[in-house]
Design a protein around this ligand. Structure first.
Ligand code: MEZ
Length: 532
């Protein structure tokens, strides 16, 4: 099934494998990285961004597709929504059924709040489920939260909100204990200690994992806990606009049933946006590792209600998306493959970079290798470089792949590729929204009583997140938002419900000359073929 060209290149990879396994490609200097990123990273392609004309981030640039949604036409624009008879009336409304939403709901419930989760698909249909390689926490004797902070702060280019990053790293060990207590089956040595590995940009082995389906295992556990606690979950129901009260405080959401289209209103004392990422917007035409519902809905809802975005112009392109075969184009090939010893090799059989540079640098390096350097391998879908997986067992012994990354073995095995014997082709895939809504350390946005958690938040990871800090942030900041939203709800008396902010935003768009027919939030991607 490989083309002649692929097979010829694969022979070169095999011939150089022994030499490349022992080789330690040098790390790039800071100057080399800067030039590489500026020239090849998609975040630096000026033509792919638009300047916002309206809203709290007016004058700032965001990806063109996101700008169209933020300044698009509200789904409630042509509706008459009866706000006087809400279908639901709760203390805490959680929008989103992924890891952050589940963690928030569990903690809000434990704090005594009457909490409800709405999710446009099902509980667990989320990027949490798709995360593979692990979750970071500095809980080994040779490590410390300070070390974790330095790795993440440097890897993100020194502009993360320090107080958020401090919270992330100092509460990480407790997050692991919490998950372990809830029943997450982490990889452990026979004496019960957790097995940890490196990720790109980590100075210590602090990646805790459940093989290479860490996110699925965490999500399974959190979902069970939500169900065990009998927290109400309204599924197949999207939040299509936030509701504010007459004081301009968050007070609920307009909901739409995804199957029947029925419009309902949920009133709440506090609201938590935990709607996840944006991979399904396919910025710059990239494929994505994200789940089907990752369409940046929370950013649209929050922005129209007056919440500020932070670093919304920065995205993460995971260096190793599957480039071949076509059926899994863009699917995540976990960074753990490189942590275990596989190296990135070009068409000539050369190990062209250190395998554990940070993600932005690794992605840009692969793009350069396949572009200007002309050392990529052509595929039916485009181009890729080799990730030489057979190196893993040369280095760690037979059986390592099946034991440590069984999901990768299975994913490629379905298409007749045995990753123990053959290398695989990879190319960057749209993986993570580094930016999002700005929050304080309580998880509250600039809009009173509106909290945000998980991938919809910006500022924790600056402009580049390290592997394993996302599974961590959904737990730390999900729990945090749940606790603070529940506490806050005790002090809130909700005023008259209103959608005036939506009308005001639409009026501001018209005044800025924007008459858009792009309906938002997008809710689901549109992959329908166009009629010929
Ligand atoms: O944090 C992530 O994005 C992650 C764990 C991804 C991976 O490569 O497995």
């Amino acid at each position: 099934m490989y083309t002649e060209e692929m097979l010829a290149s694969m022979k070169k990879v095999e011939a150089a494998r022994e030499r490349n396994t022992d080789l330690e490609p040098r790390r790039m200097t800071a100057e080399e990285k800067e030039t590489l990123l500026a020239t090849y990273h998609p975040d630096y392609k000026q033509g792919e961004f638009a300047v916002l004309q309206v809203g709290p981030n007016k004058g700032e640039k965001v990806p063109t597709e996101l700008a169209a949604l933020l300044q698009g036409k509200s789904r409630v624009a042509d509706l008459t929504v009866d706000l006087t008879h809400p279908a639901y009336d709760v203390d805490v409304l959680v929008i989103g059924g992924g890891g952050a939403g589940a963690s928030a709901a569990i903690e809000a419930h434990n704090a005594g709040a009457n909490v409800m989760v709405v999710t446009k698909l099902r509980m667990g249909d989320a990027n949490t489920m798709m995360a593979e390689g692990g979750i970071q926490a500095a809980d080994k004797p040779n490590d410390s939260p300070a070390q974790h902070f330095l790795d993440a702060y440097g890897g993100g280019h020194f502009a993360a909100k320090k107080e958020l990053l401090y919270k992330l790293v100092t509460e990480a060990p407790e997050a692991i204990l919490w998950l372990n207590e809830l029943g997450v089956e982490f990889d452990k040595a026979p004496d019960g200690t957790m097995i940890t590995t490196h990720g790109g940009g980590t100075s210590r082995k602090r990646m805790h994992a459940a093989k290479d389906y860490s996110g699925a295992e965490i999500m399974r556990t959190l979902r069970d806990e939500v169900l065990n606690l009998q927290i109400p979950v309204v599924d197949f129901t999207a939040a299509i606009e936030l509701v504010l009260d007459d004081k301009g405080h968050a007070a609920g959401a307009v909901l739409q049933n995804m199957e029947t289209g029925e419009i309902l209103v949920a009133k709440a004392k506090t609201v938590i946006i935990a709607t996840g990422g944006a991979g399904r917007l396919h910025y710059q035409g990239f494929p994505t590792s994200n789940h089907y519902g990752a369409t940046a809905d929370g950013l649209v809802l929050g922005y129209r209600a007056g919440a500020k975005l932070l670093y919304a112009d920065t995205l993460q392109y995971h260096p190793t998306g599957a480039a071949y075969p076509q059926q899994i184009f863009g699917a995540l090939v976990t960074e753990k493959v490189r942590s275990l010893g596989a190296k990135l090799i070009n068409a000539e059989g050369e190990a062209f970079m250190h395998p554990l540079e940070t993600r932005d640098v690794s992605a840009a390096s692969i793009i350069r290798e396949c572009g200007d350097r002309g050392k990529g391998v052509k595929t039916p879908e485009g181009v890729g470089v080799w990730l030489d997986t057979p190196m893993i067992e040369r280095k760690n012994g037979a059986g390592t792949i099946e034991k440590r990354i069984p999901a990768m073995l299975r994913m490629f095995g379905k298409y007749g590729i045995d990753i123990r014997k053959e290398p695989i082709l990879v190319y960057p895939t749209l993986h993570y929204q580094n930016g999002g809504l700005d929050i304080d350390t309580d998880g509250q946005s600039g809009v009173e009583n509106l909290f945000v958690a998980g991938e919809a938040v910006g500022g924790i990871h600056d402009r580049n997140r390290l592997m394993g800090n996302s599974l961590l942030d959904i737990i730390v900041f999900g729990r945090n938002a749940g606790q603070h939203a529940a506490a806050k709800a005790k002090q809130v008396t909700v005023g008259r419900l209103s959608l005036d902010h939506v009308q005001a935003f639409a009026a501001a768009c018209r005044q800025a000359g924007i008459e858009s027919d792009v309906v938002s939030p997008k809710l689901l991607p549109n992959y329908a073929r166009k009629a010929r």
